[in-house]
Design a binder for this molecule. Structure first.
Ligand code: CAA
Length: 408
């Protein structure tokens, strides 16, 4: 049933994504989960349905550029497969630094082929020793004449194996904290299934994962990787950390939407199963304890979805609350996704634990959403920092509990 709170444009993106999910993703989701291979046949459909245009503004060959539309698409894809949902969303994550900080020439150079679905994108921020402390990275970029020379490693690079464009953050001023890092675009030749090699850039370990197995997560190794200066995003160094944070603000509602998709996908299966499965002479959906799990799951998913939409609307409006709402949506939606997918496994009983049945995959796919694009511990830190700032606006309330001077 369509959501009356959404516009015709919102509903168009949502229904196209739902069609791709129903026709082309769900039928192959468990195959790619087992194979742990990139689903190129699905990629071709995402391109055919022009879904990559959703996160790119119209002036750069896209079709929307709206965070809300992106969330609607990602939820539908993840409802069929959490892995394919993030494999799509990470293209937006890797493109946002170009949209946020790139020069006009850089936007015109890279964004149209991304919007067309010809070139895939990855995002290289984390390192082995710089996860939550993103600013503490060690990968360096040193200026040499007109070029920059990159050395170091990146970790947890989603899509890295198949990406033609990788936005890599590196230290350009080791003596500064807030102006320490800068983003670079590393291009590999080719398009579609062809991804060529370049000197100085190597794919390292390919991770063997609990969930999101359709999508490769890899280590990247850079050894004297030489880039001409037009690959430095924005043309001047030092704004990388701020732009990485702004990128994450824009992208986190997308992770939250992925989590809502996983939760809804598991709940859909649980609803159908519990109305079919007969115990004690009737369908288990007639039992109150089963109804409680279904009803609680439905409430959690809907509350998370509405928070995701609110966060996306704040991001689209450029609202100062975008940072807090993005963190709240990411944290809340991914936590409830873990609860709802685990309860779905419970509702399937012993069958739920088996790989022949569909729900355990949703639980495995959901787990990483609590971790990547900032752990939920980091999200709570971001939320709390915002709340503490907002406390200044509530200072008048201290009249109700005067704290004696000697106890301040
Ligand atoms: N927008 C704009 N500027 C921001 C900002 C934001 N949202 N957040 C911080 N900044 C600015 C601050 O104003 C400050 O600027 P000044 O120095 O000029 O005052 C500067 O950035 C430093 O800010 P903080 O002091 O808050 O930085 P911090 O070191 O305390 O870090 C943090 C804060 C929230 C913990 C941050 O490091 C963070 O978000 N960490 C998590 C990183 C993360 O999400 N990694 C995941 C990578 S992607 C991935 O998972 C892989 C994948 O492929 C999917």
């Amino acid at each position: 049933m369509s959501d009356p709170l959404l516009s015709t444009e919102n509903l168009d993106w949502q229904s196209r994504a739902r069609e791709v999910a129903d026709k082309y993703i769900r039928p192959v989701a468990w195959k790619y989960d087992r194979l742990q291979e990139y689903p190129w046949e699905v990629q071709a459909r995402l391109k055919e349905y022009e879904l990559f245009k959703v996160f790119v503004p119209v002036e750069y060959g896209g079709g929307s550029g709206s965070a809300l539309n992106l969330c609607l698409v990602v939820e539908e894809l993840a409802r069929a497969c959490g892995g394919i949902g993030v494999g799509f969303a990470v293209n937006a994550l890797g493109s946002f630094p170009i949209m946020i900080g790139g020069t006009e020439e850089q936007k015109e150079r890279w964004l149209p082929s991304i919007a067309a679905g010809d070139r895939l994108v990855a995002f290289g921020l984390s390192e082995k020793n710089a996860g939550s402390d993103a600013g503490g990275m060690a990968c360096t970029a040193v200026q040499d004449g007109d070029d920059w020379v990159l050395n170091g490693e990146k970790k947890w690079n989603t899509n890295g194996l198949v990406a033609h464009i990788n936005t890599i953050f590196a230290v350009t001023d080791a003596n500064s904290r807030s102006r320490r890092i800068s983003p670079f675009v590393v291009e590999r030749p080719g398009s579609g299934e062809t991804v060529g090699d370049i000197d100085g850039f190597r794919i390292g370990k390919i991770e063997d994962k609990m969930g999101i197995r359709a999508i490769p997560v890899v280590e990247l190794e850079m050894e004297n990787l030489r880039l001409s200066s037009d690959h430095l995003v924005g043309g001047r160094p030092g704004l990388g950390f701020k732009h990485a944070m702004m990128t994450l603000d824009k992208a986190r509602p997308g992770v939250a939407a992925q989590a809502v998709g996983c939760a809804q996908g598991a709940l859909d299966f649980a609803l159908v199963y519990t109305t079919q499965r007969v115990q004690f002479g009737g369908p288990i959906s007639s039992k109150q304890m089963v109804q409680k799990l279904l009803a609680d799951g439905a409430q959690k998913v809907e509350a998370a979805r509405q928070l995701v939409h609110a966060a996306a609307r704040h991001i689209d409006a450029g609202s100062p609350k975008g940072n807090k709402f993005a963190a709240m949506a990411k944290c809340f939606a991914t936590d409830i996704a873990m609860e709802v997918t685990t309860d779905a496994v419970q509702l399937f009983g012993g069958y739920g634990f088996m790989r022949d049945y569909p729900v355990e995959k949703f639980m495995r796919d959901a787990k990483i959403t609590q971790i990547y694009e900032g752990t939920n511990q980091v999200q709570r830190l971001v939320i709390a920092r915002n709340l503490i700032k907002e406390a200044a606006g509530l200072a008048h309330l201290k009249e109700y509990f005067p704290i004696p001077e000697d106890r301040r």
